[in-house]
Design a protein around this ligand. Structure first.
Ligand code: NAD
Ligand code: IPM
Ligand code: MN
Length: 359
């Protein structure tokens, strides 16, 4: 099968980790006789430097006609000036919006081989297998914003809005996924304080009662959820929540499997290409050192094969290869916890996964 993949390496560790995921995809293509074509496009800080725009039109055009998109990360201190005209992150928000990628799937799955890598006790994290559905093109991220006044009178605001249709489509998608898993869905909101959360809670309850009466459904407030996640993570199955809550809770949840460097994500819409990326950022503190963990991006490539190309066997093989290299004891420094001497680098980790696939 032929598939065209747009690579958006971006900034910081982005190019290092995307290259390892590309090599894994090449190994898959060779083993299964597929034809993957790759085209690299600019996004983020590098795109600002070269074109003045964090999302050049050429990138949008290439993404629209691709089978799928694999992104590294955007952002970094070079572009952090709060008074700058534009930011790398604006490019990422725009591509999500332009392609209608309203659902961000973030699986939090434990590799048994990494039970010791979590800062939490093994008996607490054991059995964790959560699938987050983070709403990705609405809420406070896309609310009206502005600032006014000067000196001590300066103010700034950013509003949070959700519509019925935005809530319905993400809740539906999450509930469908729950049916294929343990049939449990938890919706997370802040309905005790926020008006859009009250709408979210009402609409979610309607959708669940009318269309998914068979799915076990409950609601949890976001502050309590932050606590439950590290106290009893194994109790959750599918979790659906808004844009900002989902962003924060999934970085927190990354400590269950042991590192932000392990968590992939898929951003999907009703139709068109999906965008796949690690949930972590450009890690400026380790960029260029060759030590970043490429596994989140490699696992994102597996999600891409599964969701955008229906290549399930190939996706399973990548995940099995990752489990095997971990079972062999390979650890990048983020996973090595106190034993960074024996840690392997980005390329060695990528090559080990490729070797498992190629054999
Ligand atoms: P970050 O996720 O980049 O890094 C947080 C910490 O995790 C750092 O110590 C980093 O070294 C570590 N880390 C992250 N990924 C790792 C990996 N693969 N291997 C090993 N260690 C890893 O978050 P930050 O430092 O708060 O943000 C840095 C920049 O990244 C900011 O400009 C932010 O806006 C951007 N960002 C981008 C994305 C994205 O492109 N999707 C996501 C999050 C943050
Ligand atoms: C993520 C990131 C982005 C977000 C930023 C970089 C715009 O943190 O993908 O989780 O907040 O969505
Ligand atoms: Mn984030």
């Amino acid at each position: 099968m032929k598939h065209s993949i747009v690579l958006l390496p971006g900034d910081g560790i982005g190019p290092e980790i995307v290259e390892q995921a590309r090599l894994v995809l090449v190994a898959i293509a060779e083993r299964f006789g597929h034809e993957f074509t790759f085209s690299s496009q600019q996004i983020g800080g590098i795109a600002i430097d070269e074109t003045g725009d964090p999302l050049p039109q050429a990138t949008v055009d290439a993404c629209r006609s691709a089978s799928a998109i694999l992104l590294g990360a955007v952002g970094g201190p070079k572009w952090d000036d709060p008074s700058a005209k534009t930011r790398p992150e604006a490019g990422l928000l725009r591509i999500r919006k332009e392609l209608g990628l309203f659902a961000n799937l973030r699986p939090i799955k434990l590799f048994d081989q990494l039970a010791d890598a979590s800062p939490l006790r093994a008996d607490i994290v054991k059995g964790t297998d959560i699938l987050f559905f983070r709403e990705l093109t609405g809420g406070i991220y896309f609310g009206e914003s502005g600032s006014s006044g000067e000196g001590e009178d300066e103010t700034a605001f950013q509003s949070m809005t959700y519509s019925r249709s935005e809530v319905k489509r993400i809740v539906r998608m999450a509930a469908q996924a729950a049916r294929g898993r343990s049939n449990r869905l938890t919706s997370v909101d802040k309905a005790n304080v926020l008006e859009p959360s009250r709408l979210w809670r009402r609409v979610a309850a309607e959708v669940m009662a009318e269309e998914f009466p068979d799915v076990n459904y409950d609601v949890v407030l976001v502050d309590a959820m932050a606590m439950h996640l590290i106290n009893r993570p194994a109790d959750f199955d599918v979790v659906v929540t808004g844009n900002m809550f989902g962003d924060i809770l999934t970085d927190e949840a990354s400590m269950l499997p042991g590192s932000l460097g392990m968590l992939p994500s898929a951003s999907l819409g009703e139709s068109g290409p999906g965008l796949y990326e690690p949930i972590h950022g450009s890690a400026p503190d380790i960029a260029g050192k060759g030590v970043a963990n490429p596994l989140a991006t490699i696992l994102a490539a597996a999600m891409m094969l599964r969701h955008s190309m229906s290549l399930n066997e190939e996706a399973d093989l990548i995940e099995a290869a990752v489990a095997e290299v971990l079972a062999d004891g390979l650890r990048t420094s983020d996973l090595a916890r106190g034993d960074s001497e024996s840690a392997v680098g980005t390329e060695a980790m990528g090559a080990a996964v490729v070797a498992k696939i190629a054999k």
